[in-house]
Design a binder for this molecule. Structure first.
Ligand code: NDP
Length: 383
């Protein structure tokens, strides 16, 4: 039987690549649900091509356009955030691919967990905001989370067959982003175009800026802690500019297992959808003829303050990672809209954390309120 996939965020970088994977493997997968925020045109053309059962546009002002364009097709059309949050409970869905960017993906992920779906998780911010809660809910509802993020997919793949063996250390690799070799003086005046020019990966704007500030690696460290139940002290970050080794696990006997491949998100997306099986594909394969050197270096936490802020935030725990994430979302958006400079991103985050009330044991309502409060504070700071 073909697996029925709901792609939340089908118009984004992960969403469109997931549709490519599904097209290539139509014997294994079919599209059940597609959702977008505002990009009605792309959502409509995806719906016409993949004929899902349901299409949802979060922006309600776009409902008329989507429904009139798709009126001749046997597709149910809904609008609004609530519809996305509810659709994940449908009994017609086998796998929910969470490819919405940012905090906006939190509630739909929680609802998918409660509905005991298999979740192919790309939306790392969900685990940053509410990792402890998500972990508890996943255990309680016996849901499966399969990571899509390449580093976490690598670790997940290294852990297959190792259920009873203790992890000594996780090693997350990082490309280092476009400014790895630049000095702080250069960072003062970087342009949006320079920051969006990632050396190895083509991704959505938010994660590309997060990669340039190294916040992305901080978010991934928090994501790894919750996904694999490993304390942060046992997660090491290594800069590996070629992005061939996607991450490693060290076991108690000193053995290291790594997963390698070309930097192509279609590989971890396909693995998350096909797990526990692997499917033959036509994606370009790694060859040592193209890479005769793989290099490694330590991350510079003084130059890339965001990495340190993320590490400190998970040490402080409580609602701090949630607050940090909200401030980062606001700051990245302000940078992309030319309202602040690149080096002001960590400043906004640090000040927002200082100005937001600390909650030691937050529940879902506390996370929702902390996100709202921190967003307002960060927006005021930018003004
Ligand atoms: P994009 O910005 O390219 O796409 C985001 C998707 O989410 C779009 O479909 C967008 O719709 C939708 N969306 C945005 N805001 C909302 C909202 N408020 N409500 C509903 N839908 C919304 O992001 P990426 O694909 O790059 O990233 C998605 C997630 O995957 C992120 O959490 C990222 O960290 C993670 N990830 C991404 C990787 C990559 O290679 N891109 C790699 C590893 C992880 P619309 O198009 O209409 O705006």
């Amino acid at each position: 039987m073909r697996k029925r996939i709901a792609i939340l965020g089908s118009t984004g970088s992960i969403g469109t690549q997931a549709l490519e994977v599904i097209s290539e493997n139509s014997d294994y997968f079919e599209v059940e649900v597609l959702t977008a925020n505002k990009n009605a045109d792309l959502l409509i053309s995806q719906a016409k091509k993949y004929l899902p059962n349901t299409v949802i546009i979060a922006d309600e002002s776009k409902y008329k356009k989507v429904s009139s364009e798709l009126s001749k097709f046997p597709i149910k059309i809904f609008a609004g955030t609530k519809s996305i949050e509810q659709i994940v409970e449908s009994s017609e869905i086998d796998i929910v691919l969470t490819a919405i960017v940012g905090y906006a993906g939190l509630i739909s992920t929680i609802n998918a967990i409660k509905a005991q779906k298999t979740i192919a998780l790309a939306n790392k911010e969900t685990l940053v905001v509410a990792g402890e809660l998500i972990s508890k809910l996943t255990l309680k509802h016996k849901a499966n989370i399969i990571p899509v993020d390449s580093e976490h997919s690598a670790i997940f793949q290294c852990l297959v067959g190792e259920t009873h063996n203790k992890i000594d250390k996780l090693i997350l690799t990082a490309s280092g982003g476009p400014f790895r070799e630049k000095n702080t003086n250069f960072l003062k005046n970087v342009t949006i175009e320079q920051a969006l020019n990632h050396p190895n990966w083509s991704m959505g704007n938010k994660i590309t800026i997060d990669s340039a500030t190294l916040m992305n690696k901080g978010l991934e460290l928090i994501e790894a802690k919750w996904l694999f139940d490993v304390p942060t002290e046992k997660i090491e970050i290594v800069i590996h500019p070629q992005s061939i080794i996607h991450s490693l696990v060290q076991f108690e006997d000193g053995s290291l297992k790594a997963q390698l491949g070309l930097p192509d998100m279609k590989i971890p997306i396909q693995y998350a959808l096909s797990f526990p099986n692997r499917i033959k594909n036509k994606f370009k394969k790694f060859s040592f003829n193209d890479f005769n050197t793989l290099t490694f270096e330590k991350p510079n936490k003084t130059k890339f303050k965001c990495l340190n802020i993320a590490i400190e935030s998970i040490k402080k725990a409580g609602n701090t990672p949630c607050v940090m994430n909200a401030a980062n979302e606001v700051a990245v958006s302000a940078f992309l809209n030319k309202k602040i400079k690149f080096l002001q991103i960590p400043e906004i985050i640090e000040q927002t954390i200082l100005k937001t009330d600390y909650i030691k044991k937050p529940d879902l309502t506390d996370y929702i309120n902390s996100n709202k409060k921190a967003t307002e504070i960060a927006q005021l700071l930018i003004k």
